[in-house]
Design a protein around this ligand. Structure first.
Ligand SMILES: Nc1ncnc2c1ncn2[C@@H]1O[C@H](COP(=O)(O)OP(=O)(O)OP(=O)(O)O)[C@@H](O)[C@H]1O
Ligand SMILES: [Mg+2]
Length: 264
């Protein structure tokens, strides 16, 4: 292998494209760094789950493995919607060992947190002190057995958890620990966060966007009686990126970004 070939190889090992329509063309580096966390923010029904599943599905076609943790919706229901709407057969990807969709019970998780609301105890609950193997992930205070070492970890979504923290500082601490834990996996991590429809605030508490390496917003912008979907790369620590909002649609092939078009 020549030095130039090695550079290309190392770059692709180091960077992972999102693989959703033309979103990677909005990022100068054409991908995001492994060991970093992206916040995917948007209003309800803006397409966050579809974006994340499309990313995982296309990643699988390129040999990258995804762990998808669902907190709000049942995994069977998400998989059924993806199959019926877009013909993405997640069950078959799971059978091939390219994807794993796991449900996290937020009530169980929160009841375990209720008893450890002190700073040190939260750290303990999140980081753990056990020796985990590469085939395990210690997250949300418990160890999850992984069927593979994931290239991508998606958490859908952190909003349900945020609402349960009465103290903003505890939530911030929790989120910092979560991001640190995920980044240790050398995977590209995507945290889904529910916000308002319009791009006024990226989150309700104002802490999430500072703790992550990148933020992408999915909006549903109203003008008169019309609403139009738009995507924006709000921040990225690792690369320059498009500054404009770009319109997108959701159709039979999932999210399609209308590059070169204006929102209104
Ligand atoms: N087959 C389809 N064709 C066109 N649009 C669709 C199709 N299936 C779903 N949608 C659109 O996608 C939206 C739901 O997308 P998704 O579930 O990804 O949103 P979300 O941002 O995750 O929402 P929530 O905050 O409720 O979890 C629907 O409101 C609908 O407008
Ligand atoms: Mg969703």
């Amino acid at each position: 292998m020549t030095i130039a070939e090695k550079d290309v190889q190392e770059k692709s090992d180091h960077l992972l494209p999102l693989r959703v329509s033309t979103v990677d063309q909005m990022i100068e580096a054409s991908g995001l760094e492994r060991g970093s966390t992206l916040l995917l923010s948007g209003g309800c029904g803006s397409g966050k789950t579809i974006f994340a599943m499309q990313s995982a599905y296309n990643a699988a076609l390129n040999g990258e493995r995804t762990l998808y943790l669902t907190i709000e919706e049942s995994n069977e229901k998400i998989k059924r919607h993806m199959k019926n709407s877009f013909n993405w057969d997640i069950d078959s990807l799971e059978k091939k060992g390219m994807m794993a969709v796991k449900e996290i019970n937020s009530i169980e998780f929160l009841s375990s947190l209720e008893n450890c609301m002190k700073e040190a105890e939260i750290k303990q609950a999140i980081y753990g002190d056990i020796n985990i193997t590469p085939a395990q992930l210690f997250i949300f205070g418990k160890t999850i057995d992984l069927p593979f070492k994931p290239d991508r970890i998606i958490v859908d979504s952190i909003s349900a958890l945020a609402a349960m923290f009465k103290d903003k500082d505890h939530y911030r601490l929790f989120l910092k620990a979560l991001v640190d834990t995920l980044n240790k996996n050398n995977s590209l991590n995507i945290l889904i966060n529910e916000t308002e429809h319009e791009p006024i605030l990226y989150n309700k508490l104002g802490v999430e966007e500072f703790l992550v390496d990148g933020v992408i917003g999915l909006y549903n912008i109203r003008k008169g009686e019309l609403r139009r979907r738009a995507i924006e790369v709000v921040k990225l620590r690792s690369s320059d990126h498009t500054k404009e909002m770009v319109p997108y649609t959701i159709g039979r092939d999932g999210i399609r970004i209308l590059r070169g078009e204006r929102v209104y």
